[in-house]
Design a protein around this ligand. Structure first.
Ligand code: PLP
Length: 379
């Protein structure tokens, strides 16, 4: 099989999670809303999972609402906030947000009269707090800034952004999808947050919306139905998914510290190895970053051509979630890269199951193909 260096797109499911999911698909199946013994057992398993996810994020378990993933959580938060915004019309989002945020913002602008302001980032890729300060005002109903960027791994000053938003009475929504499970994350100061199990060795199709301690009056649900999840997300709970997410969260919390150093040394080795090719730069190198992610520009090498030429290694150009759209990464453009430089950028993201041998093998393959492409390009 391939050498998998695309853990920011999705992670393999940890075997211990597979075991927990399988158990709740088979003998421990049940509807967590049923009142018989099997249903109550399912409900208890959901409660345990809720505690594990809450602990990983340093929030109270009552703030966790299960969703189908981060996209749904973000949609619920931003559309709900727009619905209860009163006289306020402005939504401020960072220019490097995932499309799950940017597209919702566009939707709200075109259909709900919301004024969307894009907050710039520094050349290193972190949100520019001074610029943010000029955009957030008494007209702002919400600010959305991600914890860690999916393409570059660059971290944002979540606490400072929360403080700024609250100073003007705006809600703060933090897309924590990429940081959860990779670095400690304290979401106690944020109002809404989004997380997803498949970025931390859990199953795809399950995530959570972290809600404020006190929901705004009249905050609407995205899905109406059986009044599950305090009415904020109806629908029979995805028991195997939720239990798998809980297991994945508890595994991540237990290995956070030791994993950080190991991942960073694999990431550094990738950067050292690719650096030997010459005309190479690391996007966001000056910023605080996730330990597992590198965004590397290889001068004279088309990233998409490199991916095709190197089928033995799974990696991406820009964000995997948006790679169906053949345009240069909006994240890299926002950091000031030219379209050409963005198109020469690859993203490598190591994970729990990446070994030093994987890194050495990938470096050899990628370097050989990159050199070939450079020769072809020069011909
Ligand atoms: N936000 C970020 C930063 C992401 O990286 C992703 C997925 O790539 C999402 C949101 C969407 O997550 P999901 O697949 O759970 O909807």
């Amino acid at each position: 099989m391939d050498i998998y260096l695309d853990n920011n797109a999705t992670t393999p499911v940890d075997p211990a999670v597979v075991e927990a999911v399988t158990r709740h698909l088979t003998d421990r199946f049940g509807n967590a809303a049923s009142s018989h013994v099997r249903g109550r057992a399912a409900g208890a398993a959901v409660d345990v999972a809720r505690e594990h996810v809450a602990e990983l994020l340093s929030v109270a378990p009552t703030r966790v609402v299960w969703t189908s993933g981060a996209t749904e959580a973000i949609n619920t938060a931003l559309k709900g906030l727009a619905a209860v915004r009163g006289h306020r019309s402005r939504l401020v989002v960072s220019s490097v947000e995932h499309k799950a945020v940017l597209d919702v913002a566009d939707y709200l602008a075109s259909t709900h009269g919301v004024e969307v302001c894009l907050a710039p980032v520094s050349p290193a890729g972190a949100v520019d707090l001074d610029a943010l300060h000029t955009l957030v005002n008494d007209e702002t109903f919400a600010v959305a800034v991600m914890a860690a960027n999916n393409e570059t791994g660059v971290l944002n000053p979540v606490g400072d952004v929360a403080e700024l938003a609250h100073m003007f009475g705006a809600a703060f929504m933090c897309d924590a999808t990429q940081q959860a499970g990779k670095l400690p994350l304290d979401l106690s100061g944020v109002d809404f947050a989004a997380v997803s199990a498949h970025k931390l060795y859990g199953p795809q199709g399950v995530g959570a919306l972290i809600t404020p301690r006190r929901m705004p009056d009249g905050f609407p649900a995205l899905l109406h139905g059986g009044n599950h999840e305090r009415g904020y997300r109806s629908g029979t709970l995805n028991l195997p998914g939720v239990v798998g997410f809980g297991k994945a969260a508890s595994l991540a919390a237990g290995s956070l510290e030791e994993e950080t150093d190991r991942l960073a040394s694999l990431r550094d080795e990738l950067e050292r190895g690719l650096g030997k090719l010459g005309d190479v730069s690391v996007n966001g190198a000056e910023a605080d970053r996730l330990p597992n992610t590198t965004s590397v520009r290889l001068g004279g090498v088309d990233a998409d051509a490199l991916i095709v030429a190197t089928p033995q290694v799974a990696f991406s150009s820009g964000s995997a979630c948006t790679s169906a759209v053949p345009s240069p990464s909006h994240v890299l453009l926002a950091m000031g890269l030219s379209s050409a430089a963005a198109e020469q950028t690859i993203r490598l993201s190591v994970g729990r199951f990446t070994t030093a041998e994987d890194v050495a093998g990938a470096l050899e393959l990628i370097a050989a193909c990159a050199e070939q492409l450079r020769v072809l390009g020069a011909a």
